[in-house]
Design a protein around this ligand. Structure first.
Ligand code: FAD
Length: 397
């Protein structure tokens, strides 16, 4: 179906041509005409000063009945019998969304021999667990996980489906969105329900982190989003009162690939993601040799060493230490930012830390906007004092 351009009204002013993001409309002989690149986005309709352009009417096919879709699903990843914490974190947010919508919260888990893990999903808020246990799901593959999840979505029609933006989630979840014919917002930092129309408001950094964009999916269901680990808080476990439903592998699932071997990640970035205390170095440390101060403080606190991209890009420390939008997202109990300015791309990766301590000699530094405790001062005076105090407290001198 195409746009309708009324030749009697069109003045050939070119506003539509200038506005179209797809170069799908141009003025020929004083009249706007479209080409095959048109996506019916409607940008030209809005700018036409004489209202000469109209979108085709929405048919039942182009506007599925979103009312048929109910419930909030969280895909809960597990590897080798261990639940990934992001699934539990998303159950906390999923619980809020489901309560607001007045619908049930469903945890979905795939693998083989899952019985040891499913009660934990109920304890973390799920009203129901859909558990698909089969030898074909023992090792993750995009194709099998994708086929199973899309088949369940088509059958049961959830309104919202969330998944962790982990290596596994990033690998198969976009394919699921394509298979069920809907959109997907990746790496959301906030999810909420719009009280006006019950749509999922999916907020994420855009344009290099310079703005936060809130994205909606008004015409298709389910509404699908991924969230990085540690962005949401894990809920406190509650009493066990959900239902666990064991499902069989849907018919017709076909494996296109086979796992031959897998190697466990043991790098620093894995340590950083799990650390309860992180001491992060920013460019304020001025020289790589000053990283020793940060390492000493981290060691005394029993924590890991993080870094801003500024420090990583200077070649002072490997990328595995980077915290932020293009590094790790972390949520430790204590985050100590030393000589860190607090750029938005850094802050999105650490703002959900429980306590944030910032040391910076610029009282206007943005890091103080998110800090629980801010110390305005020269890090070369403050950090040695901290080290000295910790050493004394620990009887080390
Ligand atoms: P600076 O901004 O240079 O800040 C240094 C701070 O140290 C200043 O606030 C200064 O007042 C303070 N200081 C200096 N001397 C002292 C002293 N003696 N005592 C106390 N304080 C002192 N950044 C990330 O960190 N992680 C990311 O994942 C990330 N991803 C990005 C993605 C994109 C697409 C883009 C465009 C940027 C990204 N950035 C990221 C970069 C980000 O915008 C900032 O440039 C970076 O975080 C700045 O690092 P910094 O705070 O170490 O350095």
């Amino acid at each position: 179906m195409n746009l309708t351009i009324d030749p009697e009204i069109c003045t050939g002013c070119g506003s539509c041509e200038d506005t179209c993001p797809y170069e799908a409309i141009e003025v020929v002989d004083g009249l706007a005409v479209t080409n095959e690149s048109c996506t019916l986005c409607g940008a030209c309709v809005e700018v036409c000063p004489v209202e000469a352009i109209t979108l085709p009417p929405k048919t039942a096919e182009s506007q599925p009945d979103t009312g048929d879709y109910k419930g909030v699903w969280v895909f809960c990843e597990q590897r080798r019998g261990q639940l990934h914490s992001v699934g539990l974190e998303l159950l906390g947010k999923g619980r809020e969304l489901a309560d607001q919508l007045g619908n049930e919260l469903v945890a979905v888990i795939f693998g083989h021999n899952l019985d040891g893990m499913t009660p934990d999903l109920v304890r973390h808020g799920a009203d129901k667990v859909l558990s698909v246990s089969d030898p074909a799901l023992e090792h993750f593959t995009d194709d099998v996980y994708g086929q199973v999840l899309s088949s369940l979505i088509k059958e049961k029609k959830p309104e919202i489906v969330l998944c962790g933006a982990t290596a596994l989630g990033r690998s198969f979840f976009p394919g699921v969105a394509a298979m069920v014919g809907t959109g997907l917002t990746a790496d959301c930092t906030e999810l909420a329900i719009d009280p006006k129309n019950n749509q999922l408001l999916q907020t994420r950094p855009a344009f290099g982190g310079n703005i936060m964009a809130t994205i909606v999916c008004p015409h298709h269901r389910p509404q699908m989003a991924t969230v990085r680990p540690k962005v949401m808080r894990k809920p406190k476990p509650r009493e066990d009162r959900g239902e666990i439903v064991d499902l069989r592998l849907p018919q017709g699932v076909e494996a296109l690939s086979r796992v031959v071997d897998s190697i466990e990640e043991t790098s620093q970035s894995a340590l950083l993601a799990e650390a309860e205390i992180i001491v992060t170095a920013g460019r304020g440390i001025q020289d790589p040799k000053n990283l020793d101060l940060i390492r000493d403080l981290a060691e005394l606190l029993g924590g890991a060493v993080g870094a801003t991209r500024g420090v990583v890009d200077s070649g002072w420390i490997p990328y595995a230490h980077q915290v932020g939008q293009t590094g790790r997202t972390v949520s430790p109990k204590l985050y100590v930012a030393i000589g860190v300015s607090g750029a938005v791309q850094h802050v999105v990766g650490m703002q959900s830390s429980q306590v944030i301590v910032a040391v910076n000699n610029d009282p206007e530094a943005s890091i103080f906007d998110v800090a629980t405790y801010g110390l305005v001062g020269d890090l070369f005076e403050v950090v040695p004092a901290m080290i000295q105090r910790l050493k004394s407290a620990q009887g080390l001198g």
